[in-house]
Design a protein. Structure first.
Length: 556
């Protein structure tokens, strides 16, 4: 890894070096630091409730001591099942302050995936809320013996909402308020080392089930430091001043690290919403939001609002799109509407997720993923020899180095052996670097689908479709989707004598098995599926057929 020779150095802003040392910090320490610097500033707004940084620090301290009294120590895993809510912030930082490890569960996950994450992580304490049916689902997990202790935060604490669901009945649980008020040990909260495990963030697995990326305090905090150095050098971050509109889900690494942790560290106010709605986003911007990080589906929806050209974007100083590529035409339309370039960058769960960004002075580089952020290094290695670094312009696999990069996956020794080359993480993205050090991704080595900013894993979908009694064989690939960027399409061979299978029937079957973003948008029944020369099912021919269909459709 030769940072000194990094060709992207010339594209850096004055005074910032790409080979800066990232020191790191205990992640939860930023809460007390923000409270000391901006005690009366609003940290978060959620419905009718606000919390200042001083109030947040007190709540996090109470949560840390409550988790400690509940037996949370270094190495203890605590599962959090939350959509966006202030309760998530308190629980997340509280677990870390007690020395424990957060295990993020997604409300979008199907039951089989949540059960896998609990069993794989070893988390026996589950904290959730009664938004929607989450509390009911959590009770089922408790009743099945998958958790020993259940804590449910009452959504009513933040005012009335149609999203508020029922609290559990006829089961053993604590409300989060009672949990925080429970008798506490007098022990001091522990010192936390930078290499202690802070977060198990699940991402796609080669077996179809997700695998847990192990992210330490050093990984998460150096990612935040890298982002802050970059955006501060470009004058895009005003400490203690910004009002950040947050629709991105906090259980996702992009929102957690690149938005929430950075907001707390910089004394910025988060305007939190549980669900995205384009009209709500526009009203918040017109009411004074200064920053809006989103994913392409959000920006596409905003650009499609009737009369959006006449809306007031003058308060907006910065906006970003991440999680998936933003269509170039959409970016151009949004530039006309908002006056801002949505340049974007690249990152992944395994990089916490800091990776690359396009400098604000280089809108001509839209279509690339930009250049590496401070303290992070990328190169391109040969597909058949990942120890061989390729020269500028040659296509290979992107490899990333940095203190923000995971040490590996939980309980996955074989996967870990494949994931690293000479100390660098093999990203699975295929691309090249140009003469200026800008990277372009041309394909993905794995078959992952990016749908609305979420990673969707075909093998998991296939696994669930195989549970349908009419299905003999199935392959799933990604196809273009005007709204989500990509969506899943299933190719199915039915069992002999099966009555048939429609898309609506398949989607109904998968409703309780998969998240809504994972359910296929298209289905094609085939007499047989393509295979390789050694008899394995092959997706290559299906991808080629879909590409040819699109070519013919565009020409007609």
């Amino acid at each position: 890894m030769d940072l000194a020779a990094a060709p992207w150095r010339a594209s850096y802003p004055a005074g910032l070096s790409p080979d800066v040392t990232l020191a790191g910090f205990p992640v939860h320490a930023i809460v007390d630091e923000a409270a000391g610097q901006w005690p009366d500033r609003t940290a978060a707004v959620f419905r009718g409730a606000t919390v200042t940084f001083a109030e947040l620090a007190l709540q996090v301290d109470r949560a840390g001591r409550a988790f400690q009294s509940a037996g949370v120590r270094s190495g203890t895993r605590v599962a959090l099942l939350f959509p966006n809510t202030i309760h998530h912030l308190v629980a997340f930082f509280g677990v870390l302050k007690a020395g424990g490890t957060v295990v993020h569960l997604s409300p979008l996950d199907g039951g089989a995936v949540i059960r896998h994450k609990l069993a794989d992580s070893g988390a026996r304490l589950l904290v959730t809320t009664n938004i929607g049916d989450l509390a009911t689902r959590a009770v089922d997990l408790s009743g099945a013996g998958l958790v020993d202790r259940l804590v449910v935060a009452q959504d009513e604490a933040f005012g009335p909402s149609p999203l508020t669901g029922p609290m559990p009945k006829d089961c053993d649980f604590n409300t989060f308020a009672d949990f925080l008020d429970s008798p506490r040990q007098r022990d001091d909260l522990p010192d936390v080392a930078l290499d202690d495990l802070a977060l198990l963030q699940y991402t796609g697995g080669t077996t179809g089930m997700p695998k847990g990326a192990m992210l330490t305090h050093r990984n998460l905090s150096t990612a935040v430091e890298s982002y802050d150095l970059w955006f501060d050098a470009w004058g895009l971050m005003r400490r203690g001043e910004e009002r950040v509109l947050l629709f991105l889900p906090l259980f996702h690494i992009y929102s957690l690290s690149a938005v929430m942790l950075r907001c707390v560290r910089a004394g910025q106010t988060m305007v939190i919403h549980t669900r995205f709605d384009p009209e709500t986003a526009l009203r918040e911007i017109e009411a004074g939001a200064t920053s809006f990080p989103g994913v392409p589906t959000m920006w596409i929806a905003i650009s499609a609002v009737p009369g959006v050209e006449g809306r007031d974007f003058t308060s907006l100083r910065y906006c970003a799109s991440g999680g998936a590529p933003l269509p170039v035409e959409t970016a151009r339309r949004l530039k006309t509407i908002t006056g801002h370039d949505l340049l974007g960058g690249w990152g992944m769960t395994e990089t916490s997720p800091a990776g690359t960004n396009i400098p604000p002075t280089r809108p001509d580089k839209v279509g690339t993923i930009g250049i590496p952020l401070p303290g992070i290094h990328l190169d391109v290695v040969a597909l058949d020899d990942t120890s061989l670094v390729l020269p500028q312009g040659e296509i290979g696999e992107l490899r990333v180095f940095g203190p923000n990069v995971t040490a590996g996956y939980l309980n996955q020794p074989a996967e870990n052996a494949r994931a690293f080359s000479n100390g660098g993480f093999l990203t699975g993205d295929i691309g090249f670097m140009d003469a200026e050090g800008f990277f372009t991704i041309v394909d993905r080595r794995k078959d992952m689908i990016l749908s609305g900013g979420f990673n969707v894993y075909p093998q998991l979908i296939e696994q669930m479709i195989y549970e349908h009694p009419n299905v003999e064989e199935v392959l799933v690939i990604g196809i273009p989707d005007d709204y989500r960027g990509e969506a899943a399409k299933a190719f199915v061979k039915l069992r002999a004598g099966a009555a048939g299978l429609s898309l609506d029937e398949l989607r109904a079957f998968l409703k309780d098995r998969l998240g809504p973003h994972e359910i296929p948008a298209a289905l094609e029944i085939r007499d047989g599926l393509p295979r390789t020369s050694v008899g394995k099912l092959s997706k290559l021919e299906l991808k080629q057929e879909e590409a040819e269909r699109r070519t013919v459709a565009r020409a007609s």
